[in-house]
Design a binder for this molecule. Structure first.
Ligand code: SAH
Length: 223
């Protein structure tokens, strides 16, 4: 029963995200979301990452609170970040800010290896449990993601799902040349911009602004 209702709600969510992507494509003149990313969105049971939520809320195209003052991102933004990271089936991907684990599950459908770092141990434990139950092989670690996860670098893509005024240098250092960084930049609670950067051979980052967004801040004191 729940499974059938969830599947119907998920199909509706994917249609809403697709419509939003088409509206953006009309403005920008290029496709915004690929079939591969939309298929990942259609496959991951978002409600499992939002226990205690009504199915309709779990699949609304909105951000939702996940406790501890944190939020799961809007499905369109989750899809857009995955798209901007340009993930191939052989890629190794690092996410900063596991939260509910939902974005990590989407990434796991697109990449070969996914690691995710979460600063709050309770959220890391809960995400780890759900990801495992659903069979997603994501390595969730607890720590300050501003330091990345050097032991498994370099990565083909790094996504941060929390905002900071500046890009943590470790994240750039842990990208391979040609690797993509997708992250919201800007002050806590203020105007933030989702940025996409591609690392060049010299260790620099070619950065472009993609969308005005609002994310929770990357926390942890001075890094
Ligand atoms: N990707 C998540 C959304 C996460 S919200 C999802 O799909 O649900 C941002 C998350 O970043 C929160 O869980 C927050 O605790 C975490 N976070 C904040 N600062 C962090 C840091 N320095 N290192 C790692 N995680 C951090």
């Amino acid at each position: 029963m729940t499974v059938a209702r969830a599947a119907a709600a998920r199909a509706e969510m994917v249609e809403e995200v697709r419509a939003m992507a088409l509206a953006c494509a009309e403005q920008t003149g290029r496709p915004v979301l690929s079939p591969r990313v939309l298929a990942a969105l259609a496959a991951v049971p978002r409600h499992r990452f939002l226990p205690g939520f009504e199915i309709a809320h779990a699949y609304a195209n909105d951000a939702q609170p996940i406790g501890h003052g944190q939020t799961i991102s809007q499905p369109f933004v989750v899809a857009l970040m995955a798209e901007l990271a340009d993930i191939g089936p052989r890629d190794s991907v690092l996410e900063i800010g596991t939260g509910s684990g939902y974005q990590a599950a989407i990434l796991a459908r697109l990449a070969r290896h996914v690691r995710s770092v979460e600063i709050l141990p309770e959220l890391a434990a809960q995400a780890r449990r759900v990801l495992e139950e659903l069979g997603y092989a994501v390595a969730v670690t607890t720590g300050d993601g501003r330091l990345g996860d050097a032991a498994h670098a370099p990565y083909d893509a790094i996504l941060a799902t929390a905002a900071a005024p500046r890009i943590p240098p470790a994240l750039i250092a842990q990208l391979r040349p040609g690797g993509r960084l997708v992250m919201p930049l800007g002050p806590a609670g203020g105007a933030q911009t989702l940025m996409r950067g591609v690392r060049d051979a010299g260790g620099g980052l070619d950065l472009h602004a993609c969308l005005d967004v609002r994310f929770v801040p990357l926390t942890g004191g001075p890094a």
